[in-house]
Design a binder for this molecule. Structure first.
Ligand SMILES: NC(=O)c1ccc[n+]([C@@H]2O[C@H](COP(=O)([O-])OP(=O)(O)OC[C@H]3O[C@@H](n4cnc5c(N)ncnc54)[C@H](OP(=O)(O)O)[C@@H]3O)[C@@H](O)[C@H]2O)c1
Length: 316
């Protein structure tokens, strides 16, 4: 099969499109013929080798986590799925597996059925970005109607879904993004937008029940004065300092500091599928590239030149 792979950590130049053995499903796994993959910042962070806290992928590795396609084979012991069904999901990349390939094999707990009303590009865009927003706002912060939430990175793939979810919950939303995306974030449902390029978003003169720092642009100490007495600060880039701040906050107050790490499973994916079918979540897809363009797309993402999702067309 064709796959976008790397043998060593580094910048985009380590990626090449080449032949690899077709991924075979082990016990409890399914094999999926990939039609569409989507890219996330985690893909180039893993490829560069900087995410030591998470672990480094075994090499040779295939880049990409998220995909949509159809089941092409079932491993022993898999129940509830049939060959030919449309599914989407997210690969665990540490073993060297990835979604920018014609086939993936992965645990049946890392996929869900794609609803008829949801296209492959929308389904492939959901797992990492929308999963992060959904788990943060509903499972961790338990955001309620009428609560105030501040979302940094509100024009990004994670933040835009967070704005859409917060709007559907009935929260009062302040979005933080760059100048070019202010109208976009307002159109998603933010009551107020702050341009981080011209304003200090850590001084909005208001308190928030939830600060969802999807741009990982602040520290807990900076965000804390803006939180209500039992507010949540969720940061999507876990660092040691954040874990320490989380312990101190828990011991000394009712406020919570949460270094976020996504935990994907079939139940989360099924919730995302339903929200996408109901059009509560509508990912913004900026472009669809092919496998030979993955390296250049990752470079543009790393340079902050992409607004929304990049999908990768893999099969017909
Ligand atoms: N821990 C986890 O499990 C997990 C899961 C998913 C994602 N993440 C991380 O979450 C982050 C966001 O992911 P994404 O896919 O949404 O990325 P993205 O699409 O590239 O979005 C980045 C966003 O950050 C905004 N931004 C940049 N600098 C900022 C600043 N100083 N203050 C406020 N906003 C700023 C950008 O605004 P403009 O473009 O408008 O300038 C854009 O909205 C990435 O670091 C990713 O690795 C972590």
């Amino acid at each position: 099969m064709q796959a976008v792979m790397y043998d060593r950590f580094g910048d985009e130049s380590v990626l090449s499109l080449r032949e690899a053995a077709v991924a075979q499903p082990a016990r409890g796994e399914v094999q999926v013929r990939v039609r569409m993959a989507s890219l996330n910042p985690i893909d180039f962070k893993l490829r560069s080798g900087i995410l030591r806290m998470l672990g480094r992928p075994k090499r040779p590795a295939i880049t990409g986590k998220d995909f949509a396609g159809e089941i092409s084979a079932l491993g022993a012991g898999v129940q509830g799925y049939k060959v030919g069904q449309r599914v989407f999901g997210s690969v665990d990349p540490l073993g060297g597996r990835g979604s920018c390939a014609q086939f993936v094999a992965l645990s049946a707990d890392l996929i869900a059925l794609t609803p008829e009303a949801v296209s492959d590009e929308i389904a492939a865009s959901l797992p990492v970005a929308s999963g992060t927003a959904l788990q943060s706002l509903t499972d961790i912060a338990r955001l309620q109607a009428g609560q105030a939430i501040l979302i940094s990175g509100a024009s990004g793939a994670v933040g835009a879904t967070a704005v859409q979810l917060a709007r559907s919950i009935g929260a009062r939303i302040t979005g933080v993004c760059g100048t070019a995306n202010l109208d976009y974030v307002r159109s998603l449902g933010a009551e107020r937008v702050i341009d981080y390029k011209t304003e200090d978003w850590l001084r909005p003169g208001q308190h928030f029940d939830v600060i969802f720092d999807a741009a990982a642009a602040a520290s807990f100490a900076q965000a804390r004065p803006l939180l209500t007495t039992s507010g949540f600060y969720i940061n999507t880039m876990p660092r040691l300092a954040l874990y320490w701040a989380a312990l101190v906050a828990r011991a000394t107050s009712r406020q919570r500091c949460v270094p976020f790490l996504l935990k994907t499973d079939a139940a989360l994916l099924a919730r995302l599928a339903k929200l996408a079918a109901e059009r509560v979540i509508v990912p913004h897809i900026q472009e669809i590239v092919d496998l030979s363009q993955v390296a250049s797309a990752q470079r543009r993402m790393r340079q902050g030149k992409v607004h929304g999702k990049v999908c990768v067309r893999v099969g017909a």
